[in-house]
Design a protein around this ligand. Structure first.
Ligand code: ATP
Ligand code: MG
Length: 250
């Protein structure tokens, strides 16, 4: 990895780039993952590289939904594995959920490398190496899912997911929580709860929220969910972008 001086004004963003390119070199991340990161970075610039109030509110609701889930599951792809592998393990422990490797451009080698990495960081249950189910409405290996994991879950967390797969999971009747910097993506629009934030900020925030919320009652979690409307969160995210842009040259 290229050494990035901490004093660099774009330190965090450059470090994320280094993590993704290291992920590609190590065979965790696909080449296409580099492009997905670039699209994410562009939106992060637009939202001001900060966790916005709407993202914070969505994160609380996501934490409540994960705590209330009968059987939650967390999807991990090549970009997620390169950027926040330890954070995903921590989150899985905080909400007692399995991690499932779920790749858009699936190869068995990449699935196995990601599972090995997650286990080396202390993950208790990692699925996805031997999928035994298919998500209806998707073609080829993109449909792969595992019993006891994403296939049976009532609540699924899908960071950096493709819109098509998000839609197919919603069609199965699942509650889907997305982490996606683009409030306009199909994933963001289809999901039950969308956290419009960089995964680097969203995952620690989600772990913190889950730990804090777990100290309160399930009644409190339910009322957070009941009051939530994803469309208005996305509208708020777009307004936060507009306000940020308007402040730039005034
Ligand atoms: P969709 O299929 O939902 O319309 P898309 O085709 O534009 O989205 P994909 O490549 O399918 O995008 O999925 C990647 C998504 O992940 C993009 O919306 C991108 O903004 C987002 N993304 C990339 N990097 C990050 C990151 N570090 N944190 C959060 N979101 C990210
Ligand atoms: Mg897509």
């Amino acid at each position: 990895m290229t050494e990035i001086p901490k004093s660099h004004p774009r330190y965090e963003s450059l470090l994320a780039r280094e993590c993704i390119s290291k992920g590609v070199k190590e065979g965790l991340t696909s080449l296409q993952g580099l492009i997905a990161q670039g699209r994410g970075e562009a939106f992060d610039y637009l939202i001001g590289e900060r966790t916005t109030p709407s993202a914070n509110a969505a994160t609380m609701v996501a934490a409540a939904m994960l705590l209330l889930a009968r059987q939650p599951a967390i999807s991990v792809n090549g970009n997620v594995a390169a950027l926040v592998p330890a954070g995903m393990v921590e989150l899985a422990k905080a909400i007692d959920a399995p991690l499932e490797v779920n790749l858009f451009h699936r190869t068995e080698e990449r699935a196995s490398k990601i599972a090995v990495l997650l286990r080396s960081l202390g993950a208790l249950l990692v699925l996805g190496e031997q999928p035994d189910q298919r998500i209806p409405g998707l073609e080829h290996s993109r449909a792969a899912a595992t019993s006891g994991g994403i296939f049976d879950a009532d609540v699924v967390l899908i960071p950096l997911e493709d819109g098509d797969r998000c839609e197919a999971l919603v069609r199965m009747g699942k509650k889907v929580i997305a982490i996606d910097l683009n409030p306009l993506s199909r994933t963001s629009r289809m999901a039950t709860v969308t956290i419009v934030d960089n995964i680097l900020r969203a995952v620690p925030n989600l772990v913190f929220s889950a730990v804090e919320l777990s100290k309160s009652s399930p009644e409190n979690w339910k009322s957070l969910i009941k009051e939530y409307d994803n469309n208005s969160t996305l509208r708020q995210a777009v307004n936060e972008i507009l306000n940020h842009l308007n402040c730039q040259f005034s």
